[in-house]
Design a binder for this molecule. Structure first.
Ligand code: NI
Length: 133
């Protein structure tokens, strides 16, 4: 099957504190440095979907459907929140690795089957993370 790909970017502002319950306070400071303090990021969430171009619509995934899905399942849940307080981060440190994986898992459930290729999250100008399932 010849595949086409469509990517779109979304902004997400949230705070987190990198702190593992299985480490001592001193180990947490040694592991996470200043990221052990609460702080925030303006994340850029990049979503790539792929698949056959629908003959009727000429699209891979309808952009409105993608926007609604990301809005409902990701932005409404995480934008302007403290990630540490979300149920999905109760048992895992809200690093951007884990945020990327959580966003991928949530969108995979919500989007049409087989369409989600990857989620990429830019944390700063110099850091990015990617999860492909
Ligand atoms: Ni951070």
């Amino acid at each position: 099957m010849a595949k086409a790909y469509f990517g779109r970017r979304y902004m997400l502002s949230a705070s987190h504190r990198l702190h593992s319950e299985s480490l001592s306070d001193a180990e947490n400071r040694a592991t996470y440095g200043k990221c052990n303090n609460p702080h925030g990021h303006n994340y850029v969430i990049e979503v790539l979907v792929g698949g056959e171009v629908d003959r009727e619509t000429g699209m891979v995934v309808n952009m409105a459907t993608l926007d609604e899905t990301v809005q409902e399942h990701v932005l409404a849940r995480f934008d302007h929140t403290n990630l540490n307080c979300d149920a999905l981060f109760v048992n895992q440190v809200p690093t951007t690795e884990n945020l990327t994986k959580v966003v991928f898992d949530v969108l995979k459930q919500a989007l049409p089957a087989g369409k989600l290729e990857y989620v990429r999250v830019e944390e700063t100008e110099n850091n990015f993370f990617e999860f492909r399932g």
